[in-house]
Write a protein that binds this ligand. Structure first.
Ligand SMILES: [Zn+2]
Length: 227
């Protein structure tokens, strides 16, 4: 009886393995999802990479807002990655990072998307939407975090022109001012959400930034028309 049970369990587990690796459209067979046991733990997946990426983001830009509960990372059939607030209408501050289907089979793309979305975790803007500054910082961090992980990557990897321009606004802050990250941390202490930082606050933190740029950084990303 015991032997029969263990044989059945063995066959079932083999079947589960086979179906996970054949039914690629239903269950992705990917190293981004499947954690393989190693001598010291498990292979990296997007979930374990999230810890490292979040640590890097918090070191640079300050702690995340702990009133939000991060539920995890999932893959969706959307064209763009995003953070999703699944129960916001019930006033539950829960958040899910959604990466694209193509990222489930491409480690570099998955980490690139994950790094971008991690910046949105620091102070989730909710349905109000994020500012040009927040999207720029997310785009900037997605490049420097992958470079830190030894990926060959440069800003041209950012496919959308608008995100590339947002990236450039933050790259210019780094280029033109000292202690940019200290200043960003200080700015974050002045508002509840990163996307609520005002043009006046940007000008005070970065003297010489120019009124036009300060207004642009504070603008809602969705309201920004890129020429
Ligand atoms: Zn974003």
């Amino acid at each position: 009886m015991k032997k029969m049970l263990s044989t059945t369990l063995f066959i079932l587990s083999m079947l589960a393995f086979v179906s996970a690796c054949i039914a690629k459209d239903k269950l992705f067979c990917s190293s981004q999802i499947l954690a393989n046991r190693t001598d010291i733990g498990f292979t990296w997946t997007v979930v374990s990479r999230l810890s490292e990426t979040l640590k890097n983001a918090e070191q640079r830009y300050g702690e995340r807002d702990l009133s939000w509960t991060l539920l995890g990372v999932e893959f969706s059939d959307l064209k763009q990655p995003e953070v999703w607030y699944p129960f916001i209408k019930d006033n539950r501050k829960h958040i899910i990072i959604q990466l694209t289907k193509s990222a489930s089979k491409n480690e570099k793309e998955a980490l690139f998307q994950l790094s971008h979305e991690v910046i949105h975790l620091l102070s989730p803007s909710g349905p109000k939407g994020s500012s040009v500054f927040e999207e720029g910082l997310a785009s900037y961090f997605s490049i420097i975090n992958l470079q830190k992980l030894n990926y060959d990557i440069n800003p041209n990897y950012i496919s959308e022109k608008k995100y590339r321009q947002a990236y450039q606004l933050i790259a210019d802050l780094y280029k033109n001012f000292d202690q940019t990250e200290v200043k960003i941390k200080q700015l974050r202490h002045q508002t509840e959400k990163m996307s609520d930082i005002t043009p006046e606050q940007f000008t005070k933190a970065f003297p010489g930034l120019g009124k036009e740029n300060a207004i642009l950084l504070a603008k809602k990303y969705s309201e920004w028309d890129v020429k």
